[in-house]
Design a binder for this molecule. Structure first.
Ligand SMILES: NC(=O)c1ccc[n+]([C@@H]2O[C@H](COP(=O)([O-])OP(=O)(O)OC[C@H]3O[C@@H](n4cnc5c(N)ncnc54)[C@H](O)[C@@H]3O)[C@@H](O)[C@H]2O)c1
Length: 250
């Protein structure tokens, strides 16, 4: 997943109180915090009270030096010989990510992808509630998907205010995505997750994150290409010993 930046202050993520409280938090660290959180939740569910930096790094798929540096930005250093308190660290990361407040999400475009996203449990279990669905196709309006009725995109402005929508997810064809982004922005939504393969133009106070699985596949294709050229080198140097793991979205 990539982030579109806006405005005259590159690197500054706007509209997020938690991040404003940590102005020096590097973007790459922010991107890894959800990985740590997921690993910590799994460890907590497995009964762990504490975890070493090596244990947490392995569970999150990063190296432990990077993890310690990331967590030091939050003022979290763990206890020598004991490690990090799992519950405390979960609370701390949730606070930084602003997950202590439940954020209402709307989804625009209820085609193949939109249907799958609307039924995805992973949003609710991680603190995001899809409160409204919108589409421009009259034949879809009124359809119930996982308990929510699809509304017409023309109602988005009113519903966004009523439901205090914080984040808009775009799952329309790329040709419609800019118009949908404009509607979201006019409705006061300042965070957009864009699944359409296009660049959106938005005001400087709006944050856009883009998800494009095809780009991730292209990056993997590059690694395949590189591995093939390395094994073809004289001496057959293989890259297979140094696997790289990067979360989709980082
Ligand atoms: N990010 C990814 O990895 C990924 C993966 C698959 C698809 N996609 C993208 O997601 C988008 C949706 O794909 P899909 O297969 O679900 O398409 P789809 O054609 O099945 O669905 C698109 C939906 O958007 C609605 N729509 C069109 N214009 C609209 C508008 N102005 N306002 C509101 N709704 C509108 C349509 O009525 C339809 O229901 C596409 O842009 C596609 O390229 C991204």
């Amino acid at each position: 997943m990539s982030q579109q930046r806006h405005g005259s202050t590159p690197g500054h993520v706007r509209g997020d109180d938690a991040v404003q409280a940590f102005p020096d938090l590097p973007e790459a660290t922010i991107a890894r915090l959800p990985e740590y959180l997921r690993a910590l939740h799994n460890l907590g569910e497995a009964g762990a009270d504490t975890v070493s930096s090596e244990g947490l790094a392995a569970a999150a798929g990063v190296n432990s030096a990077k993890l310690r540096k990331d967590l030091s930005h939050l003022g979290s250093y763990g206890t020598r010989g004991v490690g990090y308190d799992v519950t405390l660290l979960i609370e701390q990361i949730e606070y930084v990510l602003g997950l202590d407040q439940r954020r209402a999400v709307c989804l625009v475009g209820l085609g193949n992808l939109g249907h799958a996203l609307a039924g995805y449990d992973g949003f609710a279990s991680r603190g995001f509630k899809i409160v409204a669905l919108f589409d421009a196709d009259e034949s879809k309006v009124g359809e119930h998907i996982h308990g929510l009725a699809v509304r017409h995109i023309a109602d988005l402005g009113r519903v966004a205010v009523e439901e205090k929508i914080a984040i808009g997810v775009i799952a329309t064809p790329p040709g419609a995505a800019q118009a949908v982004a404009d509607v979201l922005v006019d409705a006061g939504v300042t965070s957009i997750l864009n699944f359409a393969p296009c660049v959106l133009s938005v005001p400087s106070n709006v944050d856009v994150r883009k998800v494009d699985l095809a780009i991730e596949l292209q990056i993997l294709s590059f690694h395949e290409h590189r591995k093939a050229s390395l094994t073809a080198l004289p001496g057959g140097r293989s890259a297979a010993t140094a696997g790289n793991q990067e979360a989709v979205g980082s």
